[in-house]
Design a protein around this ligand. Structure first.
Ligand SMILES: NC(=O)c1ccc[n+]([C@@H]2O[C@H](COP(=O)([O-])OP(=O)(O)OC[C@H]3O[C@@H](n4cnc5c(N)ncnc54)[C@H](O)[C@@H]3O)[C@@H](O)[C@H]2O)c1
Length: 320
């Protein structure tokens, strides 16, 4: 195979961007179809991508594709990913891979021994800031504290899931990926403000070696904030993911006599990088850059947080 025959499933807010990224890779991807359940979305898809077939159900084109991007609502991911894997198709699934622990366990069984690429869309991993800070974070003296905020005014999207599955999952995945110490126990509480599901959540996660993380996520906030801060005896590092700036305050004075160093890092097209990696894994027979294990662990951690919120008791974290 020298070109991957691709379908995008779900032509909503993010699906439209995925379609553009497929078209941005004409050398390695052939855009076969868009699968969109509802007529209005189908019409919009046909108008924007006249060369792709537009259908209402994945079953109509399953024999014509090698791979699919699952960009439909989270509640549909499990059935779609399972169906694609059972048909030996490569899968890129937007985060979260599925909705809960039971679905995660079932997917693990289906995926075992399948010789296909399964990549999960934890797009927040692609910030250039992490390339600059990953080694520092991995080698932090313990104990350290991580504090993450991810809040925004209500946008009316992703209301099929709560704010933990929609937003906190980014930060739970970053916690697992960027830091060496693993989560041990989680306590959390939240508020249902605008929807029948959690719209705001405050998480406290105890990690190995007395490290801890505090994560606040909200989708009914008065302003947009996305930042990650780490403090240890070496000082403080703050990454503002919104303005693409890194601030550091260690125990030393900087060359210009100030106590805070500020650095701007480059903005990247995360979706484009996700596509590039996905096609490279399929065509090069390489493991996915963010694969099944990472997708499942993020879902397990989300499940622990939701149990803690529902019971208002701390929950022991079990990862795969
Ligand atoms: N990685 C990120 O940063 C990021 C950002 C936004 C959304 N997402 C994820 O992407 C997914 C989609 O989010 P969105 O904001 O685009 O949602 P959306 O509601 O705007 O779009 C989903 C589309 O899928 C269609 N659909 C529903 N069921 C379908 C089915 N069975 N088959 C085909 N189409 C179907 C809907 O009609 C809709 O057009 C969610 O899982 C969300 O968590 C990830």
């Amino acid at each position: 195979m020298n070109k991957v025959r691709v379908a995008v499933i779900g032509y909503g807010h993010l699906g439209k961007w995925h379609c553009q990224k497929v078209e941005a890779h004409p050398d390695v991807a052939e855009f076969v179809a868009i699968v969109e359940k509802f007529p209005a979305g189908q019409e919009a898809a046909r108008a924007a991508h006249p060369k792709a077939r537009v259908v209402g159900d994945i079953k109509e084109i399953i024999n014509d594709i090698d791979a699919a991007f699952v960009v439909s609502p989270t509640s549909t991911h499990f059935e779609l990913v399972k169906y694609l894997l059972e048909n030996n198709k490569h899968v890129f699934c937007e985060k979260p891979l599925c909705s809960n622990d039971n679905e995660a366990e079932a997917l693990k069984k289906v995926a075992t021994d399948k010789k296909v690429v399964l990549q999960v869309g934890h797009s927040e991993r692609f910030h250039e800031a992490w390339d600059k800070l990953r080694t520092k974070f991995q080698n932090l003296p313990t104990p350290y504290t991580v504090r993450i905020n991810r809040v925004a005014p209500f946008k009316g999207r992703a209301t099929d899931v709560d704010v933990v599955q929609d937003l906190a999952i980014h930060d739970l995945d970053l916690l697992l990926h960027l830091f060496k110490q693993k989560p041990l126990e989680v306590s959390a509480h939240g508020f249902k403000i605008r929807t029948p599901k959690w719209d705001h959540a405050s998480l406290h996660i105890k990690m190995e070696n007395d490290c801890e993380a505090f994560i606040v996520v909200g989708r009914n906030s008065v302003k947009e904030m996305r930042d990650l801060e780490v403090i240890s005896k070496e000082g403080m590092v703050t990454v503002d993911l919104f303005t693409n700036k890194i601030y550091e305050a260690t125990s030393s004075t900087y060359d210009d006599g100030t106590f805070v160093k500020e650095e701007i890092y480059g903005k990247r097209d995360h979706l484009l990088l996700e596509h590039k990696n996905f096609y490279a894994s399929i065509l090069g027979n390489l493991p996915a850059i963010i694969g099944l294990r990472d997708g499942l662990n993020a879902v397990h951690l989300v499940d622990s947080v939701l149990k803690a919120m529902d019971t208002r008791k701390s929950v022991t974290v079990k990862l795969g």
